[in-house]
Design a protein around this ligand. Structure first.
Ligand code: HEC
Length: 199
């Protein structure tokens, strides 16, 4: 069952996002800062998860570092569910703004969504343990394009008053939410019972 969902999510995302590889050109790499951020995330994980994270390929580690560097709001207390609730609030604000022809409101909320906060310990502690592998995480760049890339395009369209374009990007963002949930989430709320964060 979950295998079937994972496959369909991967296909969905692949069909959506080819041929782009990332939401925008990689920021000027600051490997030292990136390494510090990864080190901090690992200090918040259980030893079991740290072992998993260390075994990931250099490409996946590089991508996780890119995510940590790109998102400048990082919480030491909030969980992924709390961050997702914040993302949901921004997502709903975008919908309201598009429906009321308010390009400025849509653009602000879309940029907040694209540069959402990161939870305590990064993303890995909240994903199913069997997905913390090179294969399981290989979909992440496509998810970034679908959600953050399209949210950025949505902001630009909305600012130019192109609300039909913004509405289309809103649909593409939504497909990204659905695909990532199909791949990683499983039963909503279930990760609360399998904590992989240090207390
Ligand atoms: C990178 C993958 C990913 C993307 C993209 C993503 N989510 Fe999530 N989301 C998750 C995971 C994983 C969970 C479960 C977290 C947990 O239970 O600890 C989750 C949980 C949630 C929750 C908490 C309630 C529930 O249903 O589990 C909400 C609300 C939510 N996501 C909204 C959104 C919205 C809206 C979008 C798109 C704008 C989105 N998410 C995009 C991975 C993602």
């Amino acid at each position: 069952m979950s295998l079937a969902l994972g496959t369909s999510a991967t296909l969905l995302v692949a069909s959506l996002t080819a041929p782009a590889l990332a939401a925008d050109p990689p920021p000027k790499a600051d490997p030292q800062r990136g390494a510090e951020l990864m080190q901090k995330q690992m200090s918040q994980m259980t030893p079991e998860l740290v072992e998993r994270a260390k075994a990931l390929s250099p490409e996946i580690k590089q991508f996780l570092m890119h995510v940590a560097l790109r998102h400048e709001r990082r919480s030491d207390t909030l969980t992924l569910v709390q961050v997702m609730q914040e993302i949901l609030a921004d997502y709903q604000t975008i919908g309201a703004a598009i429906a009321t022809d308010n390009g400025a409101m849509a653009a602000d909320a879309a940029r907040r969504l694209a540069l959402h906060r990161l939870p305590r310990g990064g993303m890995l502690p909240y994903l199913p343990f069997d997905k913390v592998t090179d294969e399981g995480l290989s979909v992440l760049p496509a998810m970034e394009v679908a959600v953050e890339g399209n949210a950025t395009k949505l902001a630009e369209a909305a600012e130019q008053g192109d609300m039909i374009g913004a509405a289309n990007y809103y649909g593409a963002v939504t497909t990204g939410c659905v695909a990532c949930h199909n791949h990683f989430r499983g039963q909503p709320g279930a990760t609360a019972y399998t904590p992989r964060l240090r207390k």
